[in-house]
Design a protein around this ligand. Structure first.
Ligand SMILES: CC(C)(COP(=O)(O)OP(=O)(O)OC[C@H]1O[C@@H](n2cnc3c(N)ncnc32)[C@H](O)[C@@H]1OP(=O)(O)O)[C@@H](O)C(=O)NCCC(=O)NCCS
Length: 163
């Protein structure tokens, strides 16, 4: 299925939050609305949605810090997964990052999300031998995880938006 990929617009917010909820990307300690506001104020041109007709069917936050590129909140609506949409989104991220001179993408996937890992491996990514360290600088909600369960999530959230 061919989709249109364009920059996120403020009117997309309700649809994007529903997409994240349906695809299991929201976590109790992250406020999706605040995450959207933050990305909309930093590299908003790399906050992308996939659209089919008028429906938002995919989302992705891409970043580049001058050394490495990243992808967060990659999601495809459940009823349209395994139709090539995720691949189109990641290929668009790679195209935009290459245009910025980015030499490598690094991204986080929860170790419990084996299907997400399989998807990225299919697209040419490999698991790097590194440990991811995190430190929260701002709490969105009182339910923020402790450092212990933050590094070893027990939930089934597929992605790593809160990492
Ligand atoms: C992960 C996700 C974005 C993949 O999107 P998608 O549109 O279903 O993936 P595609 O159809 O583009 O698949 C691309 C390739 O990966 C393969 N693939 C996708 N999911 C796979 C899985 N669970 N296991 C093995 N291979 C998989 C496809 O077979 C396809 O291979 P091919 O092009 O060689 O035939 C989507 O399943 C999703 O939103 N999941 C929930 C949220 C999530 O886990 N996000 C990513 C976490 S980091």
């Amino acid at each position: 299925m061919i989709i249109e990929i364009r920059q996120f617009e403020p009117s997309d917010e309700p649809g994007v939050v529903v997409l994240w909820q349906e695809s299991g990307l929201t976590v109790p300690w992250n406020d999706p609305h605040r995450d959207i506001q933050r990305k909309f104020s930093v590299q908003p041109d790399l906050f992308l949605v996939g659209v089919h007709g008028t429906r938002i069917v995919a989302s992705m936050m891409v970043g580049y810090d001058g050394h490495r590129g990243s992808i967060f909140y990659l999601a495809v609506v459940p009823d349209l997964q395994r139709k090539g949409i995720g691949r189109q989104m990641v290929e668009e991220a790679e195209k935009r990052l290459k245009a910025l001179g980015c030499p490598k993408l690094n991204l986080l996937v929860r170790s419990s999300n084996q299907s997400g890992i399989a998807f990225y491996e299919r697209l040419g990514f490999s698991v790097d031998d590194v440990v991811n360290l995190g430190k929260r600088l701002e709490k969105d909600k009182a339910g923020s995880p402790t450092p212990h369960n933050h590094s070893q999530p027990t939930g089934s959230h597929p992605s790593a938006p809160g990492m």
